[in-house]
Write a protein that binds this ligand. Structure first.
Ligand SMILES: Cc1ncc(COP(=O)(O)O)c(C=O)c1O
Length: 363
């Protein structure tokens, strides 16, 4: 007999792992199964199709799944896509661009960087840099979760196409929320994970690649576990991943994908933006200021300046935590900030509850 455990609902304002629905949580409760069984292989294939549908890539793109956090997919993508004669230009305007540079440096993949922490990546400067003809790949984070900046995905896609440079996108904290058309933008590589805007559990991450990139992935891959081609190929030919996948997380992710399909990307994106606006207006009314100007804001995350006299982040965090709300510290060098994100199964009434508790704290 199954005993249903009643769980307190928590409001996670950290940018993933996110607040998930009861339905997604319950999807983890499945009979034990060996992941080499055909039935489970179908779950993996359905997840891949679902991921592609989210970005209109079913006809044009392919997916490799990894049992790993988002950084695993990031590492897999970079080490598989960039060959020994390539030279990547990395937009390092935040923590995750900088992390990608560290990975490339670690693997000895030739790279250069453009922009400093917090800079807006001006498309004209990217165009100018690519016009040198030196670069084979341009790597950019779409939503820089460290600052809350939405980088110009579409404009840079066009610039890369014009320059004949391959485009690698970290869409960790935007894929599933912001409408990304993989086919129309001709994105060569993109990666994200199960526990961000698709609202699954942590433990699975994925690399989406254009079909035209398949041969070079096969040629370039130097990772062992993190080999995008081998991982994809194995699932096609043997109907299973090469190594043990997170079984229960996979079932939950498939359920989250179904939930995403039912809500529809447009509606999810509207919901995120409305939730974000509530936080923005609420904190502004309380006298807070923000790290970024409004026109650069992602509407997914807000980096708030921690400059209120006497405000101690840990004390504020603990008060909210006791009320079922989790806020997140900042990571911007030389700036004191904290962060709130609207990724997850969160609704208008949750934002009202959050702002009500925040107001009570400051009273
Ligand atoms: C833009 C971006 N890239 C990469 C990552 C790394 O993901 P993970 O922490 O799951 O390894 C994150 C995590 O928040 C992120 O926001």
């Amino acid at each position: 007999m199954l005993h249903k455990k009643e769980l307190d609902r928590k409001i996670l304002l950290n940018p993933g792992p996110a607040t998930t629905s009861q339905r997604v949580k319950e999807a983890q409760l499945v009979s034990d199964i060996c992941p080499r069984e055909e039935e489970f292989g179908q779950v993996m294939h359905d997840i891949c199709d679902g991921i592609l549908k989210v970005g209109n890539g079913l006809e044009t793109h392919r997916v490799s799944l990894f049992g790993a956090s988002g950084t695993g997919a990031m590492e897999a993508c970079l080490v598989s896509a960039i060959g020994k004669n390539d030279h990547a230009l990395i937009i390092t305007n935040g923590a995750y661009g900088i992390r990608m540079k560290a990975i490339c440096d670690g693997y000895g993949l030739k790279n250069s960087s453009l922009f400093e922490f917090g800079d807006y990546p001006e498309p004209a400067k990217i165009r100018e840099a690519l016009s040198s003809g030196k670069y084979t790949h341009l790597i950019m984070v779409h939503h820089e979760t460290s600052t809350g900046m939405m980088d110009p995905l579409e404009e840079v896609a066009q610039i890369c196409q014009d320059a004949g440079v391959k485009y690698i996108v970290d869409a960790m904290s935007s894929y599933g929320a912001y409408p990304i058309d993989l086919a129309a933008l001709h994105i060569d590589y993109l990666f994200s994970s199960s526990n961000k805007c698709i609202h699954g559990m942590a433990g699975l991450s994925f690399v989406v690649f254009h079909k035209d990139r398949t041969d070079e992935l096969k040629e370039n891959g130097t990772g062992f576990y993190f080999d995008v081609y081998k991982q994809w190929d194995n699932l096609q030919k043997k109907n299973q991943l090469r190594f043990t996948p997170p079984v229960q997380t996979s079932y939950a992710f498939l359920e989250a994908i179904k939930e995403h399909e039912e809500e529809g990307l447009e509606n999810r994106w509207k919901r995120y933006q409305a939730n974000w606006q509530k936080l923005y207006d609420g904190f502004k009314e309380l006298g807070f200021t923000f790290f970024l100007p409004e026109d650069q804001q992602s509407k997914i995350l807000l980096a708030i300046n921690l400059d209120k006299p006497g405000l101690d982040f840990n004390h504020f965090h603990d008060y909210l935590y006791d009320n079922g709300i989790t806020i997140y510290p900042g990571v911007i060098p030389e700036s004191k900030t904290f962060r709130v994100a609207v990724i997850g199964e969160l609704y208008e009434e949750d934002m009202d509850y959050v702002m009500d508790k925040v107001k009570t704290y400051f009273q």
